[in-house]
Design a binder for this molecule. Structure first.
Ligand SMILES: C[S@@+](CC[C@H](N)C(=O)[O-])C[C@H]1O[C@@H](n2cnc3c(N)ncnc32)[C@H](O)[C@@H]1O
Length: 293
């Protein structure tokens, strides 16, 4: 039987919901549907209590005040989906490993440098997966790096720690688990070159200032991120990705995501098994197609 509550749980009123939705959209480009109110309420209740507020009106007021800047990050962390695991969307990773990587390797032979970016990496499984896939390539003497970035500082801290529980390994081949991970009291910890190639940093993809840290990426994985963003935010993010990709670099999106009706600045390359986007060798992102912000 559920424990009886002394008083009703605090509720968000429609004006508070509007204020929160506007804040999440401005700060991270995130859109939430009207029927997600109770989800938001549940997620933010913990934050409200942690800060000692009794009413949502007090919490929302704090959040939109200058003192609430830091709390916005915590609130965004609560309401965003961080679902991820190693070897997610395996068919796409096979295309990357067997068809895209050999091309990238050949194209980068003279400078012997390869730079991959997991944009919206959550707790790091995607970045480490790419690094594991690189391990079978003969890249002796190459400068190889996988950069993982995410809006959530908590996720980035977890990614840097590199320790994972069973849910992260639901699609990991047994031999990869044995080869790239060691036992840890909290699960399994990635180790060796596959770990050393990865660096993680917090970054909001909506604001490009920090993206220079990535350098120029030969391949970007931005999977299952755009799906949560408003149309204008998607365009802004795609412009940042475009600008931070080497000409001829590849862009991988989640299977439910596409650039249709967003931008035609990337070209679609048909590989055996999947279509992958690519930054053309020439040309810049057409700002004219960006709706006013
Ligand atoms: C569902 S996870 C995707 C993880 C991984 N790419 C994958 O496909 O398994 C989405 C991640 O995008 C991040 N995210 C959402 N909006 C973002 C933004 N504006 N800038 C950077 N990261 C963002 C969230 O924090 C979350 O960790």
């Amino acid at each position: 039987m559920k424990p009886k509550r002394d008083r009703a749980e605090p509720k968000l009123d429609p004006a508070e919901v509007r204020a929160l939705y506007q804040l999440f959209r401005e700060e991270a480009g995130l859109v939430f549907h009207q029927d997600m109110e109770s989800f938001i309420e549940r997620k933010l209740h913990t934050r409200m209590v942690a800060l000692g507020f009794e009413l949502f009106s007090q919490y929302v007021e704090f959040l939109i005040s200058p003192e609430g800047r830091r709390e916005i990050e915590m609130a965004l962390d609560e309401v965003t989906t961080h679902e991820t695991y190693f070897f997610r969307e395996e068919f796409q990773l096979r295309v990357f490993r067997d068809q895209v990587l050999p091309r990238l390797r050949a194209a980068s032979e003279s400078r012997r440098r390869l730079n991959l970016w997991s944009a919206g990496c959550s707790t790091g499984e995607e970045a480490y997966t790419l690094s594991i896939l690189l391990d079978d390539l003969d890249l002796e003497g190459w400068d190889v790096r996988v950069v993982g970035t995410d809006l959530s500082r908590r996720c980035i801290q977890q990614a840097r720690r590199g320790v994972y529980g069973p849910a992260s390994f639901r699609s990991t081949p047994r031999e990869d688990l044995a080869r790239f991970f060691v036992d840890d009291p909290d699960g399994a910890r990635i180790h060796g070159p596959a770990r050393d190639r990865c660096v993680f940093t917090q970054m909001n993809l909506l604001f490009p200032e920090r993206s220079a840290l990535v350098g120029l990426a030969d391949a970007v994985f931005c999977r299952n991120v755009l799906i949560y963003l408003a149309e204008d935010a998607r365009q802004r993010v795609l412009e940042t990705l475009f600008d931070r990709m080497s000409p001829g670099g590849y862009l991988f999106l989640g299977h439910a995501e596409s650039l249709l009706n967003v931008t035609s600045d990337f070209e679609a390359v048909h590989f055996h098994g999947d279509v992958v986007y690519r930054r053309p060798e020439r040309g810049t992102f057409s700002r004219s197609r960006r709706p006013p912000v």
